[in-house]
Design a protein around this ligand. Structure first.
Ligand code: SF4
Ligand code: SF4
Length: 127
């Protein structure tokens, strides 16, 4: 984790013991365009929050898809909901709605309970 609270993304490592895919599943149900993203990075390049911090919407969407939820709790609130990312997205992803949904899902009791369960050390879990 770097000084901004991000877990560095790596294309080769996903910790399946800690991954939480529930948010991605619920996001797909709540906002279909979540699946349209091609990770081009146009949203991140134009992002107001990204100009001042390491906030990166392209990475955030990838992290949701990879089940890397916990680091998002701190960074997701940096979005100012200005909507610039949505205007520039070539795939028509409803990015503002995605940010709002991530916020909502991270605060939802069910997501927290599931996350707590997933983050238990492997030795403490019932198999
Ligand atoms: S601009 Fe759209 S397609 Fe490109 S990374 Fe952002 S959300 Fe995905
Ligand atoms: S709506 Fe949020 S993620 Fe999109 S450009 Fe504005 S600050 Fe960045």
């Amino acid at each position: 984790m770097n000084k901004f609270g991000y877990t560095k993304l790596s294309s080769s490592t996903v910790d399946l013991d800690k991954a939480n895919f529930d948010v991605a599943k619920k996001m797909t149900e709540a906002e279909q365009s979540f699946t349209f993203c091609i990770s081009c990075g146009c949203c991140a390049a134009t992002c107001s929050a990204g100009n001042f911090t390491e906030y990166n919407l392209r990475k955030i969407q990838l992290m949701v898809k990879r089940g890397e939820i916990e680091p998002l709790r701190e960074v997701i609130a940096r979005c100012m909901l200005c909507g610039k990312c949505q205007m520039i997205c070539p795939k028509g992803v409803n990015t503002r709605h995605i940010v709002l949904q991530v916020n909502k899902l991270l605060k939802a009791p069910v997501a927290k309970e599931e996350l707590t369960d997933k983050l238990q050390p492997a030795d403490d879990r019932e198999i």
